[in-house]
Design a protein around this ligand. Sequence first.
Ligand code: CP
Ligand code: NVA
Length: 327
Amino acid sequence: MNLKGRDFLKLLDYTPEEITYLLDLSAELKAKKKAGIPHRLHEGKNIALIFEKTSTRTRCAFEVAAMDLGMGVTYLDPTGSQIGKKETIADTARVLAGMYDGIEYRGFGQSIVEDLAKYAKVPVWNGLTNEFHPTQILADFLTIKEHFGKLRGINFVYMGDARYNMGNSLMVGCAKMGVNFTACAPEAYFPNEELIETCRTLAAESGATLTFTTDPKAAVKGADVIYTDVWVSMGEPVEVWEERIAALSPYAVTKDIMATASEGAVFMHCLPSYHDLGTTVGRQVGERFGRDFMEVSDEVFESEQSIVFEEAENRMHTIKAVMAATL
Ligand code: CP
Ligand code: NVA
């Protein structure tokens, strides 16, 4: 398998075999890291990280992975560069590609990262756009494989806002890898028809099933993985909280929902999460709407079934594999 020079912009661009290769490489690099075996595969190279939205996991994962691979890193924060304000993406791409061996981009429309890749002659990696979050899905799938020993045939249920980056990317990943995907949400929160159609074709090839339902109890019966994400994503106005809480409250992951899933089911979340009132936003919204959690109850988040921190750690191992393979 040779992925050298490839961008990593969305899972739709990668075959199931290539995704499997990246997951296997992630496991290999993780084992090396745990055993203290150096793996400075890209000694002397340098990468640039462009973040037009904030981050904890993705930024740290890219930085630590780059350092483990022997590379230098420059972090450009949402306000600290000329991008978008004084310099176009096309110009930025050509400037950075002259100095760096790879570029990560987190920001708004998918078209921006696609443009960046078009103009940069070095690999570009998508660190999250409104439409897709492909490196997150690699971490999720590595975690599922570690936990269940397989991906194919797993019953995966996504609860909540299924038409944004997480719902979209998980649907694509599941359809490609033979994971049975259910989106459980009000109809207005299902992924768009065009993407569903593309995924139906992929699912027909992999043997995955795709289900769209508004009924939480029916959705989670027999589920192995229950996954959710925040109801209001980065870049969305605070005003949308009211409509999201009204529409998505029945889709919050509670103990009752987990009890309806398979025995041995796990809870996953890309994080960050509003599972209690311990954050500024969580507290403000919670107090305003009389809730002490949003998309997942604290009880589920802190339960034995929750594997969210293993999942978060795997961001680093999988992002490392993407860079190791494409540089
Ligand atoms: N899951 C994820 O992408 O987290 P960050 O926003 O902290 O990078
Ligand atoms: N849907 C979330 C994912 C965060 C990792 C967002 O875009 O903010």
